[in-house]
Design a protein around this ligand. Structure first.
Ligand code: MHF
Ligand code: KIV
Ligand code: MG
Length: 296
């Protein structure tokens, strides 16, 4: 009989930034997924995911944009509020969208506060790329808001990176990623995402860090793994990145179900008697009498 991990006890406690640190020290792997709506949150809750991210990847997965740069704070707030309503146990983190924290520390804190107060998020995430002033994450942390950093492939600055391309594949690029990760740790981030960097590079950087690291395309050495909901469940037609493993094929199931509905409406086999409402015979006769009186 194996003892269950602390985070999965009967009354599953709400996860917090410190409890993720405790999981890291206990060697328990951390599981994070994105979610963008209420049913997605309910599924993540029931599957006992540890951290749910309202990712700006929602710009692509649920809003159909070509990249993540165009999604707005107001759009992200709609998604975050819906996720909040479906979630109790996992830590809820929201991506600060492109343009909502770059201008100043004041802008960054104001945006982060909206996600905390209006959507009830537990933390925010920002992409701590090379160009981001060091003060940014620190300013949000100083306002009492837990911050998750993000290094490696930072999709919001994909234009500067030359597209959605893996990072840290040269000595200089790997050194930059390592530097940014250590900087985000030193600024007080409770966790950092490593996206699309060689497994060996991620492992080496890990050995220099105390902060919780969640990887996506960063190999097995990180403290946890994150995947985009739609990619891992095969919902939609995106998710071709190398690191994706598909655990379901919901798009095909959706098309099959819809096609069956289409066929049955067209051939008249839907609706069947059990889908129809009844009416008392006398009420129906009276109704028909009143209708035929009107027709005269
Ligand atoms: N649905 C979805 N899943 C994601 O994981 C995701 C998004 N959307 N949107 C934002 C970013 C983009 N993502 C990506 C996309 C591609 C690679 C990738 O492996 N790219 C190839 C190169 C492709 C090229 O040359 O154009 C690589 O080898 O780096 C990695 C992460 C991750 N993020
Ligand atoms: C992939 C994760 C880390 C992300 O930033 C997103 O989904 O937007
Ligand atoms: Mg993101």
């Amino acid at each position: 009989m194996s003892s269950r991990p602390a985070q999965r006890d009967a009354a599953r406690r709400r996860l917090t930034p410190p409890s993720l640190g405790a999981m890291k020290r206990a060697g328990e792997r951390i599981v994070m997924v994105t979610a963008y709506d209420y049913p997605g949150a309910l599924a993540a809750e029931e599957a006992e995911v540890d951290v749910v991210l309202v990712g700006d990847s929602g710009a692509m997965t649920v809003l159909g944009h070509e990249d993540t740069a165009s999604v707005t704070v107001d759009e992200m707030l709609v998604l975050a509020k819906a996720v909040r309503r479906g979630l109790t146990t996992p830590l809820l983190v929201a991506d600060l969208p492109f343009g909502s924290y770059e201008i100043s520390d004041e802008q960054a804190v104001a945006t982060a506060l909206r996600f905390m107060k209006e959507a009830g998020c537990d933390a925010v995430k920002l992409e701590g790329g090379g160009a981001m002033p060091a003060s940014r994450a620190a300013a949000i942390v100083a306002a009492g808001i837990p911050v998750m950093g993000h290094v490696g492939l930072t999709p919001q600055t994909a234009n500067a990176l030359g597209g959605f391309k893996a990072q840290g594949r040269t000595a200089a690029s790997a050194a930059r990623v390592a530097e940014e990760a250590r900087r985000l740790q030193d600024l007080g981030c409770f966790a950092v995402v490593f996206e699309a960097i060689p497994a060996e590079v991620a492992a080496d950087i890990m050995s220099t860090l105390d902060v919780v690291v969640i990887g996506i395309g960063a190999g097995p050495a990180t403290d946890g793994q994150v995947l985009v909901f739609h990619d891992l469940l095969g919902l939609g037609t995106g998710g071709s990145a190398r690191f994706v493993r598909r655990y379901a094929d919901l798009h095909t199931q959706a098309v099959d179900g819809l096609r069956q509905f289409v066929d049955e409406v067209r051939d008249g086999s839907y609706p069947a008697p059990e889908h129809c409402y009844g009416i008392d015979g006398e009420e129906l006769a009276a109704f028909r009498a009143s209708e035929s009186a009107l027709a005269e």
